[in-house]
Design a protein around this ligand. Structure first.
Ligand code: NAD
Ligand code: AKB
Length: 320
């Protein structure tokens, strides 16, 4: 039976992954942790074990692993792209030294380790369309630099020490539970909140900027599916390209107008996040994930829009 520790569990992915994993593996077998307990998600903090845990504190992480007899760490603690450009030192520290602590404990205590990577590993010199699984990776952000290094470090710990490391390159994730934590693709979440609240949205990403995206239920399935995948089929382990769709802000507006015809989109482009977006692929080739562990996403843009608007209407109590 898996005994799982989720780091960074109160973030956009962790808050939903904890629920899903507790449903699959049992409440007591999934320990959620984050730097501090936030007022939000009291339900999650109360539905199973919760620990305040900074991944830079290796000794405490080791004690938590011993206390709950953990055999699997899902390492979600990280600093994302936009915050990473504002605070590159913090981004390096959490994404590199934090991951190093997790991997060292993985080696010492024979743990499975899942760490997500990102489309941020790619840069201007990467082929932009149908970006291959194995290609040029010269990222321009600190976040991207730490993600490429992280993929390599996870591969190294598998090759050298036999740690069962696995991971995917997530595209931008769209969800309705926890707001995203300071990335470049966050516009694709904010737009739905503003569509319901104000029937208009000012995008910080310019029209025509194509980026890969995915709905959270598909992202959660990807984590569980890859964690449980037959290791003899895995050739890549820590760096699987996965995607569900690719679109620009105008495509999102057209999809929202099918439900809110008066929805207006305008632009106030943020140069920092735009230049990050420009350096990322337009669309990924995820055929290796499909071949090696049967990756197959369910949600396309119109499915996401319908579900986001339905869920957010209830959450925000807006019944128009
Ligand atoms: P998030 O920013 O929403 O959550 C990260 C969490 O980590 C936060 O709750 C934060 O409090 C916590 N944290 C930060 N520093 C910490 C530390 N030192 N110790 C412990 N916790 C700490 O991020 P997310 O969107 O949930 O992303 C999780 C992982 O998925 C990251 O590795 C990220 O790079 C990757 N990813 C996310 C996306 C996306 O669109 N959300 C896309 C690609 C990859
Ligand atoms: C970000 O925009 O930083 C993240 C990511 C794609 O890694 N959503």
């Amino acid at each position: 039976m898996r005994k799982i520790l989720i780091t960074g569990g109160l973030g956009q992915i962790g808050s939903e992954l904890t629920k899903k994993m507790r449903d699959i593996y049992g409440n007591d077998n999934v320990v959620m942790s984050d730097m501090k307990a936030k007022d939000t998600h009291k339900d999650l903090i109360e539905s199973g074990p919760f620990e305040v845990l900074d991944i830079l504190d290796k000794e405490k992480m080791g004690n938590v692993i011993e206390k709950y007899k953990i055999n699997t760490v899902v390492n979600l603690a990280a600093i994302l792209s936009a915050v990473g450009e504002a605070k590159p030192g913090l981004c390096y520290d959490v994404n590199m030294n934090g991951l190093y602590n997790v991997l060292e404990l993985g080696r010492e205590k024979d743990l499975s380790v899942f760490t997500p990577s990102s489309i941020a590993v790619f840069g201007e010199s990467t082929p932009k369309d149908k970006t291959p699984q194995d290609t040029i990776m010269r990222p321009e952000t600190m976040y991207g630099v730490t993600k490429v290094a992280g993929e390599n470090l996870c591969d190294y710990y598998h090759r050298k020490f036999g740690v069962d490391t696995r991971g995917v390159r997530f595209p931008g994730l769209i969800s309705n539970d926890t707001l995203p934590g300071g990335g470049t693709t966050d516009y694709a979440v904010h737009i739905y909140y503003e569509a319901l609240r104000k029937k208009k949205y000012t995008s910080f990403i310019d029209k025509g900027t194509q980026m890969d995206m995915m709905y959270m239920p598909d992202a959660l399935n990807a984590i569980v599916q890859l964690l449980e995948a037959d290791p003899t089929r895995l050739k890549h382990r820590n760096a699987f390209n996965i995607t569900a769709m690719s679109f620009d802000p105008e495509d999102m507006a057209a999809s929202i107008r099918k439900h809110i015809p008066e929805f207006q989109l305008d632009y106030d482009v943020d140069p920092v996040r735009q230049s990050i977006a420009n350096s990322w692929p337009n669309s990924l080739d995820d055929s290796e994930a499909r071949a090696q562990w049967d990756w197959n996403p369910e949600y396309l843009l119109d499915d996401v829009t319908a579900d986001m608007l339905e869920k957010l209407r209830i959450k925000l109590n807006i019944m128009c």
